[in-house]
Design a protein around this ligand. Sequence first.
Ligand code: PGA
Length: 294
Amino acid sequence: MGSGASAEALTAASADDLKGAVAALSDADKAKVIAALTAGGGGGARKSVIGGNWKSNPASIATVKELCAAFKEAKFDKSKVDVVICASNVHVAAAKEALGDCGIEIGIQNISKTGMGAFTGEIPCAMAMDMGFTWCLIGHSERRSLYGETTDDTLVKLKNAQDAGMKIMFCIGESLAEREGGTTDAVNQSQLEGALPLVTDWDKFVIAYEPVWAIGTGKVATPEQAQETQANIRKFVADKCGADKAAKVRIQYGGSASPGNVEALSANPDIDGFLVGGASLKPDFVKMIEHLGK
Ligand code: PGA
């Protein structure tokens, strides 16, 4: 359809006509159309997603209840943002009860590579889902660096989680030495390369870009650094899986994200939300939820 297409012609066009018109474009033109349709701050057409990663915190169940009571009061449009709290496994029942039906979901911080059976200390997807976990983190840098989780491990976990229907925040990111050595994109690509072909449901697969040097350090990536790196991640997804998947996949930023920097970071087109550690252990995490959900 040319630039002279009338409103009548456009509304009369069936979905198949429109799909046919897009299918006839070259890959480069397809990417342009998708970029135009998804342009805009906070990820444009993509629904934002924010996760609070509580790690091995807080020390008491009383604090779990206080935090959840504060988060329950958050005013957010559920069609604009997915909100997930990754509480520790021992706190999840209390967190779930305290959050009630406010629309905040629960995520597990680490999911097992194995299924039901003789696997001491492991929590498989089926068991986690039965307990009400709808999301999981895979490949967090602390799992990789402190507990020896390899990229191959993350792939087994990803496959299990997708097969079980769990939603996933798949964490990748470079160390300070890697950034300074100019290999940021190569590192992200090596952590993603095996994962992308395993994705069967792109609505349930979120990439969490977390530069390791920004995690828990108070040293946040600048909006320009985060945007540039995340645009490169999206381009990699386009190269490997096609422009439609790249336009759809949500990419979070993580690493010292807080109420003070949420606005500047989320104004960028390739930043679709956040994975938040320290700042999710404070009642004013609500401000981050509300910023994305208004
Ligand atoms: P941080 O942690 O927000 O405390 O830097 C982020 C994360 O580990 O996911």
